[in-house]
Design a protein around this ligand. Structure first.
Ligand SMILES: [Zn+2]
Length: 320
């Protein structure tokens, strides 16, 4: 409410008019305006406030032929286009989050937060609660669904627990630290193997955050030098670029028991799916009990690898 408390309200203009009028009828009219305007002001505050709780203001409607883009166009403020290469790739890697159909959650307004301040402002809008029996903070609806999964696992003699102390919501600072924990050792490694020159390494180290992301990804693409922990896959399959992690949303959870197919089946049942290829412990809350049909109908595709199913954005689907 406080955001709108300073909104200009025309109530005083009508009040002034009524003072200078000597005719009763005009006075009555002024009172009618006064009352009407009061309700108008109140209603607009209420309606904006209610909308704000549900989701961000949406951009002008654009028709997408791709099913995934069509789905997320209702839930995200700005969708990157093909020319915004890095953001477009980030959407492809992490975009399943915006298929979420739970109206009680607040989704990030775009694929990346540009700063710690922007992230903090988003976090202030969330209703964050601890998942019972853990130190894990998630958006309330996501936490409740996870608690239900934990209960069902317990009833079958199984456990669902966080993998570490950063398994749920993360700060921008934390995602930055994690990013550097992959980038810096790999730069040193490739320098020692003479795959990168000292000048190339220094350029990456000195770059601004977003330029650094671009440089690392271009080294991966052009030189085939990979930056995940074991240098086996892209850094984006291991840690997110700062400001882009699903963990910033309070809708992601790294589960210790990710390798147990029975536990995965239970957590899937409550709306939690693996959505980032090769990131095995990482689960994303996709809404209130969405089944596989829902995920397909909203533009995700199942990619199966070594017994794991990842639900990722289907950029090829042209279905309308
Ligand atoms: Zn994760």
């Amino acid at each position: 409410m406080k955001i709108f408390s300073g909104m200009p309200c025309k109530r005083n203009i009508y009040k002034d008019k009524s003072i200078y009028s000597s005719q009763k009828s005009i006075r009555k009219l002024a009172i009618t305006f006064l009352v009407g305007n009061f309700f108008l002001c109140s209603c607009s505050v209420l309606s904006i406030d209610s909308k704000d709780k549900i989701k961000e203001k949406l951009p002008p409607k654009k028709e997408y032929s791709n099913l995934f883009f069509k789905t997320i166009s209702k839930r995200i403020k700005s969708i990157p286009n093909r020319n915004e290469k890095i953001k477009y790739r980030i959407l492809k890697e992490y975009g399943s989050l915006w298929v979420n159909n739970d109206t009680e959650v607040i989704l990030p307004p775009s694929v990346t937060f540009s700063s710690a301040k922007e992230t903090n402002n988003f976090h202030k809008r969330l209703s964050l609660v601890k998942v019972a029996g853990t130190e894990c903070l998630l958006q309330e609806s996501a936490a409740k669904s996870l608690e239900q999964a934990i209960e069902e696992a317990k009833s079958q003699g199984l456990n669902i627990s966080p993998r570490g102390d950063d398994s749920c919501i993360r700060s921008y600072k934390k995602t930055h630290e994690l990013w550097l924990s992959r980038v810096l050792p790999n730069l040193d490694f490739y320098l020692s193997k003479k795959k990168l020159t000292p000048a190339e390494v220094e350029k990456v180290k000195q770059a601004d955050m977003w330029d650094q992301v671009k440089l690392v990804l271009s080294i991966e693409n052009e030189k085939g030098l990979l930056f995940d922990k074991y240098r086996q896959t892209s850094i984006l399959n291991s840690v997110a670029a700062p400001g882009t992690s699903q963990h910033l949303s309070g809708l992601a959870f790294d589960m210790a028991q990710f390798s147990d197919p029975q536990v995965r089946k239970i957590i899937n049942k409550y709306g939690w799916y693996q959505t980032i290829e090769n990131d095995l412990p990482h689960f994303t809350y996709l809404g209130k009990v969405p089944n596989q049909k829902f995920l397909k109908n909203n533009g995700l595709k199942k990619v199966s690898k070594s017994g794991y199913d990842f639900w990722v954005p289907d950029f090829e689907n042209k279905q309308t």
